[in-house]
Design a protein around this ligand. Structure first.
Ligand code: LLP
Length: 433
């Protein structure tokens, strides 16, 4: 029998969480992704490498889709979490929609097979060029974040002889109780418009002939671990949308954003079903199509960053495990204090040790884990940094002139490289010298 490599547990060998989902498991003592040993991937592709489970991504999407079946809905995957084209294509083929935040993401989603009518375009600073692209494509909706933006969309739609659908992103001043850098629904955050001004903004928008004001949206933050703030947001959006519909606006969509968290360590994540169970009582019977924009909860647990131990060193009693992946590969620990469980790829060496797992970058902020209980490791060992499928590769950089990692997708028992490791030549190509 196989057991999940339940992230964060102390002893991977004795944990007995039954295998219910796809992803990372220990089989014959080796860490595997849906049957493929991670050591094999590292041998073939080198390290550092991001490894993704197609089955885990599919499972998470389908669970959202099924859980929201009681209402008319569309799951719009937040492409920013992981925009590898193979993953976008997979989700598009499953019938997902997409939430994009740049012209680049819009194009990536279109070439990956998302129909324009399943794409919403979010973001506080859309350029005129991005608006042009969205109007030309005929997207489901712009999630507009200011009156001025609606005016620009109207002007562009007029130039193209089209009518653009616009949803207003409102800021409900609700505390998502998450890290301040990823909290977006408070009055002091830059996102959306004060919900108290929404009606006035809709009324003003009546003068625009080339936009249809078809929806309301809110996204109060990311990595949210309790349902109460999300429920409150849904309640406020429903009240607002009903009122706007009563005033004669052609409201079609009510978009509750993303944000469902993936907790660090062994704490259990709120499931897609629990999330839906919290929101549905507020949404059932409402005459609008419900949009959700999950990113992390679809991709995070479907990915691991596999890295090799370069050195072990002990400084005044502090143990440093120095790996070939650094903050340029995975920025979340230094940027948000995020905790990513670390597992040995080979058979665990028996005991755990307390150590700092650090990268080769010339900064003290370059750590994957600090003061962490990790499997004992020796030089040359492979480690897997779990829960890294969302905002991992997507936020990686070339800092220190380091090529970005390769990405591998595991599908139906085999794996393929879906992004080759960058080379020195890739890095210098845009430079004029
Ligand atoms: N919709 C909008 C408008 C968003 O801004 C975001 C995320 C999402 C949906 C998806 O949220 P999710 O379901 O993934 O929580 N880099 C940070 C997370 C930033 C999230 C930004 N917006 C991290 O690594 O934790």
């Amino acid at each position: 029998a196989s057991f999940t490599a339940d992230p964060g547990r102390k002893n991977p060998e004795t944990a007995i969480v039954p295998r219910t989902v796809a992803g990372f498991f220990r089989e014959n003592k080796e860490l595997t992704c849906d049957g493929v040993p991670l050591s094999e991937v590292a041998r073939a592709v080198g390290t550092p490498v991001y490894v993704y489970s197609a089955a885990a991504i599919e499972e998470s999407f389908r669970r959202f889709d099924r859980a929201f079946a009681p209402v008319s809905h569309l799951v719009c995957y937040a492409a920013k979490a992981n925009s590898n084209l193979a993953i976008l294509k997979l989700l598009a083929s499953l019938g997902a929609g997409a939430d994009v935040v740049s012209g680049g993401e819009l194009r990536a989603c279109l070439v990956s097979g998302f129909p324009a009518e399943r794409i919403v375009f979010s973001g506080v600073g859309k350029t005129e060029e991005e608006i042009r692209q969205g109007v030309a494509a005929g997207i489901l909706a712009f999630n507009a974040e200011s009156e001025r933006e609606i005016e620009k969309i109207d002007a562009e739609a007029g130039r193209q002889g089209k009518k653009a659908r616009v949803a207003l992103r409102v800021n409900p001043d609700i505390d998502a109780k998450t890290h301040p850098y990823i909290s977006t629904g408070l009055a002091r955050n830059k996102f959306g418009v004060d919900i108290g001004r929404a009606r006035e903004i809709f009324e003003h928008a009546r003068r625009f002939e080339n936009v249809a004001m078809t929806g309301v949206q809110a996204h109060i933050g990311s990595q949210i671990l309790e349902t109460a703030p999300m429920e409150e947001t849904a309640r406020e959006l429903v009240a607002l949308a009903k009122d706007l519909a009563a005033r004669g606006f052609p409201i079609e969509t009510l978009d509750v954003g993303g944000g469902l968290g993936v907790p660090a360590g062994s704490s259990r994540a709120l499931s897609q079903e629990e999330y839906a169970a919290a929101l549905l009582p507020h949404l059932e019977g409402v005459p609008f199509r419900i949009l959700i924009e999950p990113g992390r909860s679809i991709a995070a647990r479907a990915g691991a960053l596999v890295t090799r131990v370069l050195y072990i060193k002990q400084n005044r009693g502090r143990r440093f495990v120095i790996t070939d992946a650094g903050m340029n590969d995975l920025l979340r620990p230094p940027l948000y204090g995020a905790i990513h469980p670390i597992e040995s790829v080979g058979a665990p060496r028996g005991q755990t040790v307390t150590a700092d797992v650090v990268g080769p970058i010339c900064e003290t902020s370059d750590f994957l884990a600090r003061d962490a209980e990790i499997p004992d490791a020796a030089e040359g060992d492979l480690l897997a940094v779990l829960d890294a499928g969302a905002y991992g590769f997507a936020m990686s950089s070339n800092y220190n002139f380091r090529p970005r990692a390769a990405e591998v997708l595991v599908e139906k028992g085999s794996f393929r490289t879906v992004r080759r490791r960058e080379t020195f030549e890739d890095l210098i190509r845009p430079e004029a010298g």
